[in-house]
Design a protein around this ligand. Structure first.
Ligand code: FAD
Length: 309
């Protein structure tokens, strides 16, 4: 199929982009890497009257660690990675390969499509598209990110927990666009792990899981964050794994925790997998990602004796 007719507007400044977006009559959509939007246009799943091509906005393509404190977002001990909405997925993947604290981001990105799609696809595009199986939304939620959203009315910040609202739906409102994201980087001693199950190389995940974990010098778990993708209409943060906090690691117990978590999940049932299959897979993935994060925390140099609290 071919897309329905639309106006193509290429902007040179952010102000220009925001003022076009503010014009309700245009019913415009932002065009970033086009890797999701163009197929949607071709299948007529999206029929905007206009496309705003933001690819010339170099100011949205900056990437780097944020060392200064940002009110309301950062505690003194937190290091943030600032990622412009137009940063290509491949650019972030390469950066994360060289940044030890962004290793989780690097691992997850290697599962996103193919190098060719990552060369074009942007970080902002993936988050704004909000596919519930996509890797970057899952990481954004698991690490604890903040979205910077702008419009002609000004700027607002939205925490990852409030950003993803439903299938392909985010907190970005009409007239707004995502300009920047802030990602919490795990501390050097934190264990990290990412696992996903997909049918073929390059496919979207059927289910994915990401985890960060801190352990103490006594080898008990101090802190754990577990995120799941592909389970329901948005990526999920799983609170119940707090059951492992304060405990010594025991694989059998972890399997029981994984089963208990899954029993409380409302798994999607669709053409790709039944809800009972998703439950079974989620149970295996959760136990496996928790085990891997614990092993990683154990292996981190200098871990023992670092965190007594
Ligand atoms: C063959 C193939 C395989 C793929 N496999 C995977 C995979 O395994 N995992 C995965 O996660 N993704 C996968 N993708 C999708 C890919 O990651 C896309 O790049 C991504 O979903 C969208 O990014 P984009 O920059 O191309 O956005 P676009 O396609 O340009 O836009 C996507 C949507 O986001 C909106 N948007 C874009 N930028 C902004 C912004 N700054 N502010 C507000 N709205 C914005 C657009 O209006 C549109 O609605 C695959 C794509 C292809 C073609």
């Amino acid at each position: 199929m071919k897309p329905s007719a639309f106006d193509y507007i290429r902007v040179d400044t952010l102000d220009e982009a925001l003022s076009v977006l503010a014009d309700n009559d245009l019913e415009a959509k932002v065009l970033a890497g086009g890797q999701s939007l163009l197929p949607m246009l071709n299948m007529r799943l999206a029929q905007p009257k206009a496309l705003i091509d933001i690819n010339r906005l170099a100011a949205l393509a900056t990437l780097g660690r944020l060392e200064t404190n940002l009110a309301g977002v950062q505690s003194p001990a937190t290091t943030l990675l600032e990622v412009g909405a137009l940063v290509r997925q491949r650019q972030l993947e390469r950066y994360a390969l060289e940044e030890p604290r962004a290793r989780l981001i690097h691992t997850a990105l290697t599962y996103v499509g193919h190098p060719q799609t990552r060369n074009q696809g942007t970080v902002g595009g993936s988050l704004a598209h909000a596919d519930p199986s996509a890797e970057l939304p899952l990481l954004f939620l698991t690490l604890g990110g903040t979205a910077i959203i702008q419009s002609t009315r000004g700027e607002r910040q939205v925490a990852a927990e409030e950003f993803f609202q439903s299938y392909f739906t985010t907190a970005i409102e009409p007239g707004e666009m995502l300009t920047k994201t802030l990602w919490r980087l795990p501390a050097p001693e934190e264990g990290i792990a990412f696992k996903e199950y997909r049918r073929r190389h390059g496919d979207f995940a059927l289910l994915a899981a990401a985890c960060t974990m801190k352990i103490g010098s006594d080898r008990t778990v101090k802190h754990v964050r577990l995120g799941l993708g592909g389970v329901t209409d948005t990526p999920l943060l799983v609170d119940e794994v707090r059951e492992v906090v304060g405990e010594h690691w025991a694989k059998e117990r972890v399997r029981m925790v994984a089963k208990a978590v899954v029993n409380r999940l409302d798994c999607a049932d669709d053409y790709q997998a039944s809800s009972s299959y998703r439950r079974q897979l989620a149970s295996v993935l959760i136990a496996s990602v928790l085990d891997a994060a614990y092993e990683d925390a154990l292996a981190k140099e200098g871990n023992h004796g670092v965190d007594q609290g």
